[in-house]
Design a protein around this ligand. Structure first.
Ligand code: NAP
Length: 484
């Protein structure tokens, strides 16, 4: 296969929190994969920064172990690993003090791109921005990558935007939402805007409704302290699901360029109606056979935080008025699956009579597992027996369609980091987008707090509370099954 990988410019990438969970599982293995694929120039360097005492050698060994654990065996080559580890170093830096900053400043080369990845707790984002500036390493060629969560509500998001804006221009700030780095999410745009087939049908006249599901089998794990203050609304809906909804609902941007795309997404968020509390179902998973439910996981026996949410949303503009968007996400559900389903309307008149098997067309964009796109169409059942209709999938699993090339699809994080180095913000959230999403979410959350709303318990391993099914049944529709 001819490599289409284009190397990026030389860079110094500093990962604050370079010894943390995200760096170990995603960022560093991702960078190694880009290195193996030849995208990293010989002069590229990666510097991990954290508070603990550490040495370059010890840090490199932890990265070697992370590559062993999180990179496929085919890409693990001893010479490549050694060459990659050579680029890595460790600096002890305290985000809240002055320890280590001078040493870091001295390490940064003058003539290369500087990228600073804030992979630390959100309480430290402002501290890092201020110190980068104070120690003279926040020049105009530098960029910062800010992890989630970006604020806890509108006010904190505004404060954080304001703090970052004191030291960096908007074009230097990369607010990461790794959902936007997924191959299928970008394919959603390719399908919509690269074909004549779908876009003319992409509106309330032809689309009955849209479903977005992000289901996880895991519980809150070790993140209980954070999660119990956030819940599914803050952790998933305000950011990831909102971004997916925007990409489906937005008007065609004039170009696939950062502000063109982000302007259109912002218009969608602004066109979202206030969520009607009667159209929202919140849930909390019950104890499994080991006796661990949500409340045990977060060690809060009175918790009112939702680990599941389903809601019906309306986008009030010419394109979508009358076509609801149903979204749901939850933990400890039956299967791990993320998908967007565009459910088209029935043909206006059936010339084949009332056939039960005659179903509406559905375009399914699968984010995981097995990324791909699937269109359900109605055909005649082959053979004798008259005109009997059946539904068949026109399936485009990337693995089947692209063969071995599909195995080379970069993971969301590695793609996004390379976009940072290239200076391409298309797949990153702009400050006003994040604020608009909080402005929409805040009143919903405030409403629950005011009324003392309690989530409905649901069985671990189910597809969420029964009431979530009713949310659609009331409208004569049904959710797609939660299955892998
Ligand atoms: P983590 O495992 O707790 O790691 C935190 C890192 O920050 C460690 O390297 C820690 O090293 C360093 N650190 C803490 N305090 C510091 C300070 N004062 N100065 C310098 N370094 C400091 O956290 P994580 O799970 O990797 O998460 C990092 C960020 O990514 C968070 O904002 C999180 O919300 C976000 N995120 C994580 C995931 C995930 O899957 N883990 C997913 C999405 C988003 P020392 O203790 O040695 O200082």
């Amino acid at each position: 296969m001819v490599s289409r990988v284009i190397p990026v410019e030389p860079f110094d990438l500093v990962i604050f929190g370079g010894t943390g969970d995200l760096a170990r599982r995603k960022i560093l293995p991702g960078l190694y994969r880009r290195f193996v694929d030849g995208q990293m120039p010989a002069e590229a360097r990666i510097i991990a920064a954290a508070r603990s005492e550490n040495t370059d050698a010890a840090f490199r060994e932890t990265v070697r172990a992370a590559i062993g654990e999180f990179v496929t065996k085919e890409k693990q080559d001893a010479t490549c690993i050694a060459a990659f580890l050579d680029r890595l170093s460790y600096v002890r830096v305290d985000a809240t003090g002055s320890d280590g900053w001078q040493a870091l400043a001295e390490k940064m080369r003058k003539d290369v791109i500087h990228a600073y990845y804030f992979s630390v707790g959100p309480g430290l984002f402002g501290d890092l921005a201020r110190r980068l500036h104070r120690f003279g390493i926040a020049g105009s060629r530098c960029r910062i990558v800010v992890e989630k969560p970006f604020g806890h509500d509108l006010e904190s998001a505004r404060d954080l935007n304001a703090t970052l804006a004191e030291h960096f221009d908007e074009h230097q700030i990369y607010r990461i939402d790794h959902y936007l780095g997924k191959e299928t999410v970008q394919n959603l745009m390719a399908v919509r805007f690269g074909n004549m087939l779908f876009e003319p049908l992409w509106n309330a006249r032809n689309v009955d409704h849209i479903q977005i599901t992000v289901a996880e089998t895991v519980g809150v794990g070790g993140r209980g302290g954070y999660y119990d203050k956030a819940g599914a609304m803050r952790d998933m809906v305000q950011n990831h699901m909102m971004q997916l909804l925007c990409l489906i609902a937005m008007e065609p941007p004039y170009a696939f360029e950062p502000d063109a795309v982000r302007d259109e997404k912002l218009k969608v968020i602004r066109a979202l109606d206030h969520a009607d509390p009667a159209q929202i179902v919140r849930g909390q998973y019950l104890a499994d056979e080991e006796g661990r439910g949500y409340r045990e996981d977060v060690e809060n026996p009175d918790s009112r935080t939702e680990s599941f949410i389903a809601m019906k949303l309306n986008v009030s503009n010419w394109r979508w008025k009358g076509t609801p968007f149903y979204i749901r996400t939850g933990k400890r559900l039956r299967a791990r699956t993320s998908e967007i389903a565009i459910v088209f309307k029935d043909p206006p008149h059936s010339i084949f009579g009332d056939q039960e098997s005659h179903k509406s067309n559905v375009l399914v964009i699968r984010l995981q597992p097995n990324e791909g796109i699937n269109l359900k169409v109605t055909i005649k059942e082959p053979g004798p027996g008259g005109m009997r209709l059946i539904e068949v999938p026109l399936d485009m699993s990337f693995k089947e369609a692209l063969g071995p090339e599909a195995d080379d699809i970069p993971d969301a994080y590695e793609r996004l980091i390379m976009d940072v180095i290239r200076g391409n913000q298309t797949l990153f959230m702009r400050g006003d987008e994040v604020e608009a999403a909080w402005a929409w979410a805040d009143p919903v959350i405030a409403g629950w707090e005011q009324t003392g709303d309690r989530p409905i318990p649901y069985d671990a391993g189910s597809s969420g509370p029964e009431d979530a099914l009713m949310l659609m049944h009331r409208d004569g529709r049904r959710w797609r099954e939660v299955k892998a």
